[in-house]
Structures are given as C-alpha cells and as structure tokens.
Design a protein around this ligand. Structure first.
Ligand code: PEP
Ligand code: MN
Length: 355
C-alpha cells in the first residue's frame, strides 16, 4: 500500500533544517494537533555556497526519532547518498526525499534506489532543478524498480536565470501535470515553500496546486521563521500553517450531481478538438503542396511579409471571438513554425536526392 495515497490532500510540514533539539521538539509538538500527515526536517542541507548552515547530521536524526515517538506522526528527511539512507534507516525515519540537486544525477539516484531496495522505507522524489521531465520520471522509475511501494513525486519548481520572477523557482505547471499523466497511480505533491521563496505567496500557490489536482502539499514550518538558519523568508509558524490549511478550498474532482453536465460538455469538446486536429492535418497537406511549388520556383520558404499578415489577420479574428492576441500569437507561432519546418524538410529531402 502506498502510504501517500489519501482521499484528502497529504500534508507534509516541518522545518527546512533541523537546527537543534529544542527547535524540533517545539515545531513537532505544535504540528501534532494539526492536520499534518508527515513531518519534514532537513538533516543534511545542500547549500549552493560554502559557509552556510549545512544541517546537524546524525544527531538530528536522533532528535527526529524522539520527536516521532512523542507525537506519533511519520517523519521524513532528505538523502543524497547510500550512507545517508543507511543512517535514516538506523533512526527509523519513515520516508526519505531525493532533493532537486540529487534528482539531476542518475548515478546518485541509482545509488539511493539500491540502498532503499527491500527496506520498505517510503521515498519522495523532487523534480530536478532544471525543467527536464525525463530526469524526473527516470528517477521515479529507478525507485519503482527498487520495489518501493510508497512513492510520491514533489514539485518544487525550476531554477531560472530570470531575476524578475515573483517565484524563487518557477512552477512550470505543465511539467508536473505531464508527470501525473504518465504515472496515473503516482501521487504528486507541491512544495509551495521552495516555489515561492517567500511566505506571502504560499496560500495562493497552495490553492493553485489543489485546483490543479495535486495530491498533497509540502510547507516549511519553523517555530521562529525569521531566525531560521536556512530559508528564513519562506518558512511560517505552525499557527500560520494552521490558518493557511483552514483557508484552502478542497475542490472535488467529481460530484455526481454535475457529472452528467460535465460529461456532456466534454463530449462536445472532444468533437470540436477532433475537428481542430482534422483541420490541422488538412492544413499541413496544403502546406506541403505549397512547399513543392516554392521549391520548384526557387521561392524563399520563409517570408516575413506573409508571417506579418498571418499574425495581423489571426489576432484580429481572435479578437472577434473573444480570444486574446497573446494566445492566438502563441498558437500560430507553433503552427507556422511547424509549417516552415515541414517545407524545409521537403527541400532538404530533395537536396539529398540530388546528392
Ligand atoms: C528542502 O526541501 O529543504 C530542499 C533543499 O529542497 P530542494 O531539493 O527542493 O531544493
Ligand atoms: Mn528549504
């Protein structure tokens, strides 16, 4: 049985890093009475630069084991090596998470997969820091192949060079949604703290995640967030966590009363989408005919004036149908780009034939 599968969102809360015994006991006892399913705490902290708090290591695992006995909730921590998995097991930690800086490295993920094999420990897999779904799903598959039953993925956003973003790590929601589509039975949680990087955005992003059908949330919680030794700006007190959790609207995926209406509309949407795809296919056939003509008469494949005309007319048609220009532009960039590429392929094929 996968412990992370639950009918309501699975909540993981706790400090970014376990700093001392008192800090952990304080946060753990405050979380005891909250609807929190698992307590987190980093014991080894991967810091970008040297000279910062890197976690307390093994003694922190001992405090975690004591806290677990005190509040009777499961605990999880981050691991990045076989030795760290072995220590987590020694102190009866219930779940380990593979951090974003580790998911990028298939050697380390495999080392962790080999270390957890046959142990029954639960494993959470964060997305890699770069927006590469194959690395993320590869890590999921390595852990699945190790026979681990309790697996969940954690979406913590992606690094970017964009310093103007409101997020610390950009959500790129399409990537975790694609992961969910690939692995139907895999719970996917959202680590709102590392996406936001500051506490003001947390509630909005948490609600967004639930509205996008995420199965749970990870939220960093600290008894005294401003004094935290890591990620101070994004952590919240257990009291603030309680308020945040209360504020969330849990949307039902389906509801019998409206199910029929939803089905009917979806059927119409399916028919419309089939027509759209059909038309795109026919459009592409014409694009190829046009390509042959251009090639036969030595006419340039891409013509700036034609592209300008497409943008102007299509965005105008969009406006007539209440579709905003940015959306139409994006759509036709995709269509036109594919058309031009297809015509270039025809040209290249011809060149190869001649060679
Ligand atoms: C963390 O959870 O504290 C952490 C370091 O996460 P990530 O790997 O997502 O950066
Ligand atoms: Mn953190």
């Amino acid at each position: 049985m996968n412990i992370f599968i639950k009918s309501s969102p699975y909540i993981i809360a706790g400090p970014c890093g376990v700093e001392d015994e008192q800090q952990l006991m304080s946060v753990a006892s405050a979380l005891q009475s909250l609807p929190v399913d698992m307590v987190r705490g980093g014991v080894w902290k991967p810091r970008s630069k040297p000279g910062y708090f890197e976690g307390r290591g093994e003694p922190a695992l001992q405090w975690m084991q004591q806290a677990k006995e005190m509040i009777h909730k499961p605990f999880c921590t981050e691991v990045a090596s076989k030795e760290q998995v072995e220590l987590a097991l020694k102190y009866k930690i219930d779940a380990v998470w593979i951090g974003a800086r580790t998911t990028v490295n298939p050697f380390l993920v495999q080392e962790i997969a080999d270390a957890v094999k046959g142990t029954g420990i639960a494993v959470l897999i964060k997305n890699p820091i770069n927006p590469d779904i194959e690395l993320w799903s590869g890590a999921v598959e390595r852990i699945q192949q190790a026979g681990i039953e309790s697996i969940a993925a954690i979406h913590r956003g992606f690094s970017s060079y964009d310093t103007h973003s409101i997020y610390r790590n950009k959500p790129n929601w399409a990537i975790p949604i694609e992961l969910k589509r690939r692995y139907k039975a895999l719970p996917v949680f959202c680590d709102v703290s590392h996406i936001c990087g500051n506490r003001t955005l947390l509630a909005t992003v948490a609600q967004r995640a639930l509205d996008l059908d995420f199965d749970g949330l990870m939220i960093e919680t600290h008894p005294n967030p401003d004094e935290a030794l890591s990620d101070a700006k994004q952590q919240i007190t257990p009291a603030a966590l309680s308020e945040l959790l209360k504020s969330l609207v849990i949307r039902q995926v389906t509801c019998d009363d409206v199910q029929n209406d939803i089905e009917q509309i979806r059927q119409i949407l399916d028919t419309m989408d089939a027509e759209v795809v059909d038309l795109l296919g026919k459009r592409m056939e014409l694009v190829k005919q046009l390509g042959d003509i251009k090639i036969a008469h030595n006419i340039a494949i891409f013509q700036q004036d034609r592209w300008r005309e497409i943008v102007d007319s299509r965005t105008q048609w969009g406006e007539n149908n209440n579709l905003d220009a940015a959306f139409i532009l994006k759509l036709f960039e995709l269509i036109h780009d594919k058309s031009i590429k297809t015509q270039f392929e025809l040209l290249n094929a011809l060149k190869q034939d001649k060679n």
